[in-house]
Design a protein around this ligand. Structure first.
Ligand code: ZN
Length: 409
């Protein structure tokens, strides 16, 4: 690819951090740096297998650590990156931008290498098999409850609680497959990801990838992490953004009561009123037909299982009670690790600081581990982005897409 040349003179081979920082996408031009090499990703963002947004969040910045976290087989990915290479940092330029903590970054890279060498990133397949089995058993138990005890209020409620446990736990399990962290090949991770999120939960894998990798790339960064998109229209989040709103005299909600109305529109409503409907818009608008097919298998199966016992109205009642219970469970677990922490615009801090200031852990216990699907260890999870070993070298993308897309050019 021809370098983007400034108005005068031939294309420079060496660049400064300032020149890179100017290519953050505001003028449509996007560059980023990986291991001192400068890449022009302006055109590539649309073809990026992990989606255009997640890579664009690093435009104008050094992306070495997220590159390592999201791509395991760097060799393969670099082959495709060569066509985007336009130069490197000038020798007098430091390896880190001035906003980043050099010592912290170097120590973290050492720690990460040690953890990998110790084999701590290797998943225990028996654990994940038992995890899946316990979800399937709960699913069968929910159905048997109605079949054996009838459809009066108590069995109905017990069935709903069991099904909400199935939905919540399948949510945690799909997260591990989505991160490609269970199997050594991405093909199996993607297949199980589709099965768990699609067939067990009725949601699209591509939607989760789109949302979740942006979140990991820039946690709690306003306009980059979709998990804090409720600012400012529903809530005023974090001290910095809240003070900004105050200075601008913008008020979309009575924020002084947000600690009360959070309980009304956060935990109970997110899934039944928003996610449940948005996922269909997402797959249809983006033509994700494979995802839609997996989703349909869930809705057909659950209808065939429960409509004969409850009728259509009873089934719909059960389904939305389950989504309501699951929503409370999901929101509490997913918000507790990030929302109490620092929330800000992207200040281009180093990887460790970005993750640590936006993330907290929650006390370990057998119940907490199960209830949160081990997301109480959020700090460790955020750091590594995606544990796992050598695979096909994909980032957070849907199986085979990297190869397919790159074979075409
Ligand atoms: Zn994650």
């Amino acid at each position: 690819m021809a370098p983007e040349t400034p108005a005068q003179g031939p294309a420079p081979r060496y660049f400064t951090w300032d020149e890179v920082a100017q290519r953050s996408g505001r003028d449509k031009e996007r560059w980023l740096v990986i291991e001192r090499k400068v890449y022009n990703i302006s055109e590539f963002t649309r073809r990026h297998p992990g989606g255009s947004r997640v890579i664009s969040h690093y435009a104008g910045q050094d992306a070495t650590d997220p590159f390592v976290a999201f791509h395991i087989n760097k060799g393969l990915v670099r082959k495709y990156m060569n066509s985007l290479l336009i130069g490197e940092l000038s020798p007098e330029q430091p390896s880190f931008e001035p906003t980043k903590n050099k010592e912290l970054t170097e120590e973290f890279r050492e720690l990460r290498a040690t953890v990998e060498q110790m084999g701590l990133m290797k998943a225990n397949h028996v654990f994940f098999l038992l995890y899946l089995l316990h979800i399937l058993l709960l699913d069968v138990a929910a159905w048997l409850t109605l079949l054996v005890f009838g459809t009066s209020f108590m069995p109905f409620l017990l069935c709903a609680v069991l099904l909400s446990a199935v939905q919540a736990q399948a949510g945690w399990l799909q997260h591990d497959f989505g991160h490609l962290s269970v199997f050594s090949t991405s093909t199996w991770n993607h297949l199980l990801h589709h099965f768990v999120i699609g067939h067990l939960k009725g949601a699209p894998a591509s939607w989760w990838n789109h949302m979740h990798f942006q979140h990991h790339a820039k946690p709690n960064c306003f306009r980059k992490d979709p998990d804090i998109n409720m600012h400012p229209f529903f809530f005023a989040l974090g001290k910095i953004l809240s003070v900004e709103l105050g200075k601008q005299k913008k008020k979309y909600m009575p924020y002084n009561h947000q600690h009360k109305y959070f309980f009304l529109i956060g935990p109970p409503a997110l899934l039944p009123l928003y996610f449940q409907w948005y996922i269909f818009y997402f797959v249809i608008q983006r033509k994700k037909w494979v995802d839609l097919a997996w989703m349909i298998t869930f809705y057909v199966r659950i209808s065939l299982t429960y409509v004969p016992l409850l009728g259509v109205k009873g089934f719909l009642g059960l389904f939305f009670v389950v989504r309501f219970l699951e929503s409370n469970w999901f929101v509490w677990v997913t918000q507790m690790n990030h929302i109490p922490m620092h929330i800000d615009h992207d200040r281009n801090r180093d990887w460790v600081s970005t993750q640590l200031q936006a993330t907290c852990n929650v006390h370990k216990s057998a119940f907490n581990d199960w209830f949160s699907g081990h997301l109480n260890f959020q700090i460790e999870h955020q750091y590594v982005g995606r544990p796992g070993k050598q695979d096909l070298g994909q980032g957070p993308c849907v199986g085979g897409e990297w190869e397919q897309r790159n074979q075409s050019h």
